[in-house]
Design a protein around this ligand. Structure first.
Ligand code: FNR
Length: 350
């Protein structure tokens, strides 16, 4: 297929499925167990409906959002980006394209969005950072290493290349039970073992680096509260794209739960979210609960099958959808989004 045939993010999944060897596609697509969390991530957005407002002046929004050189719309840990969505950390981009993560970091630079590099990226951290545009901000995802010495070495490298923040993934004590991937030999449990990320460890890690450490993989309001109490600068609601624990909740459900039980958290610290986001409207729903920025994993890995131009096209398509959807919602300023713009159709909490 041609890149110009790709008109929405799902098209890239379709293209990748038809183009990539089955093993490569499966590595990206796989999820845990019966893949209920994976499906729920996608489908849960339909349980939340917009309440569009008419007679609103949205001309400012229309003229700014799809442009590359737009004024910054989002700040993440104090860094400005063009839109409130970003490229989530995902490993092994070489399964999609020979230039691996180059397409991700370069497209993020062109479009002024955040890219968070996975610790298990194909390109080394030096190689990825060498591809930055002037002033481009990258975050670095982090997994606990078997020893603190290895953690220290990783942290030193992250600081040396100039990454601006660390996303410590806390939902991966073990590699998930990804049944689809087992058929292709993807099971690295024995290599990784089981490792907890406790609050003691978090504090130790904070003392080993000057960079802010975000917690990625929060799935309940209790941990969100505890994170605030422990001085965490930001939490990242995620069930790892449904790849870790089957039937773990979607970020949208967790955001809703936090909103009902501890809404102050959205003001106390920054909250990010990912999982199943495929449309501009999905992003707007997460923002409505107070989420600051929304990540996407698979869509950009599939778009990267076309290299940097593919990833850039995916970003542009999504920017365009956010812009159009906000306009039709009657929302001139994304920062004005709140829960008065959505209603729950069906939820475990009402
Ligand atoms: C991931 N994800 C992930 N997360 C992380 O913290 N470290 C990692 O190395 C990876 N690797 C990874 C590989 C692949 C192929 C995928 C699809 C995902 C999870 C990722 O950051 C994100 O949470 C999900 O991808 C979000 O769900 P969607 O957008 O893929 O539905």
């Amino acid at each position: 297929p041609n890149l110009t045939d790709m008109v929405c993010l799902h098209d890239f999944d379709w293209a990748a499925q038809n183009y990539l060897p089955a093993l490569n596609y499966t590595y990206y697509r796989q999820a845990a167990g019966g893949e209920g969390s994976y499906r729920n991530n996608l489908e849960v957005f339909a349980n939340y409906r917009f309440i569009p407002r008419q007679m609103q002046d949205v001309t400012t929004l229309n003229s700014t959002l799809p442009c590359v050189t737009m004024a910054a719309l989002t700040s993440i840990l104090g860094y400005n980006f063009s839109v409130p969505f970003f490229i989530a950390p995902a490993s092994r981009a070489a399964y999609g394209h020979p230039k691996a993560e180059a397409g991700l970091v370069e497209a993020a630079g062109r479009e002024g969005i955040l890219y968070a590099r996975s610790q298990f990226a194909t390109l080394s951290i030096e190689e990825v950072h060498a591809l930055k545009m002037p002033g481009q901000v990258l975050f670095q995802q982090f997994y606990r290493a078997p020893t603190l010495e290895e953690d220290q070495a990783n942290l030193d490298e992250i600081a040396k290349v100039g990454a601006q923040a660390i996303m410590l993934t806390v939902d991966t004590q073990s590699y998930g039970s990804r049944i689809r991937g087992l058929r292709y030999g993807f099971d690295i449990t024995e290599n990784r073992g089981y490792r907890n990320t406790t609050w003691d460890y978090y504090k130790t890690l904070c003392n080993m680096t000057k960079l802010p450490i975000v917690l990625k993989g929060i799935t309940n309001v209790y941990e969100a509260r505890t994170a605030v109490a422990n001085g965490v600068p930001a939490i990242y609601l995620s069930n790892h794209g449904g790849r870790q624990l089957e039937t773990s909740p979607s970020a949208l459900e967790v955001a809703h739960e936090i909103y009902l039980q501890a809404p102050e958290i959205f003001r106390q610290i920054e909250v990010y979210a990912d999982g199943g986001v495929r449309y501009g409207s999905d992003i707007l729903k997460l923002l409505a609960f107070g989420v600051r920025a929304v990540g996407l994993g698979r869509p950009f890995m599939f778009a990267n099958v076309f290299g940097v131009d593919g990833v850039q096209r995916a970003i542009k398509l999504l920017k365009n959808e956010v812009s159009r959807d906000a306009a039709n919602l009657g929302l001139a300023d994304l920062k004005a989004l709140n829960t008065s713009w959505i209603q729950t159709v069906q939820s475990a909490w009402v």
